[in-house]
Design a protein around this ligand. Structure first.
Ligand code: HEC
Length: 130
């Protein structure tokens, strides 16, 4: 009887170990498909984001800003959401409302140039469904 209990316990532990190995590898596979379907931010755009937007719109940024847009999660956005957000980024930059006035005043190096804004808008256009 005791031996049976031992074998039973062993079986439970073994099946738990199998589940723990199988489930994470499955979800890893899913992440990969998400990545393949969505678009990475190109290097030239990423440079602008890092320089001008990261302090608020990336991991560790400002809550209000992150609620609208979190570049750290970009690759988890659906292609539609990416196109949508990129278009809104182009709009904010063109209007000059992002980065916010106060930030531009205290970080003159982070003010996007006209060329950078054009690059962002070209990128946003390229994400739109044709
Ligand atoms: C100093 C912090 C800060 C920086 C730097 C900053 N933002 Fe923002 N951003 C915010 C905040 C705060 C909000 C939310 C504003 C609101 O709710 O009215 C926001 C909102 C946005 C929105 C959504 C606007 C809307 O009305 O839907 C976009 C798009 C955006 N930012 C793009 C950018 C881009 C692109 C950059 C870099 C070029 C940038 N931001 C830099 C703080 C920042």
């Amino acid at each position: 009887m005791k031996k049976l209990t031992f074998i039973f316990t062993l079986l439970i532990i073994l099946s738990m170990a199998v589940v723990m190995v199988v489930i994470p590898s499955q979800s890893k596979g899913q992440n990969k498909t998400v990545k393949e379907q969505t678009n990475k931010i190109p290097d030239n755009i990423n440079k602008i984001v890092q320089n001008s937007c990261a302090p608020c719109h990336m991991q560790g940024g400002k809550g209000m800003a992150l609620a609208h847009l979190n570049f750290s999660n970009w690759e988890t956005y659906s292609p539609e959401k990416q196109a949508d957000k990129a278009a809104s980024v182009c709009k904010q930059l063109t209007k000059g409302s992002m980065p916010p006035k106060g930030f531009k005043a205290s970080h003159p190096d982070a003010v996007p140039t006209a060329e950078q804004i054009k690059a962002v808008c070209d990128w946003a256009d390229s994400l739109k469904k044709k």
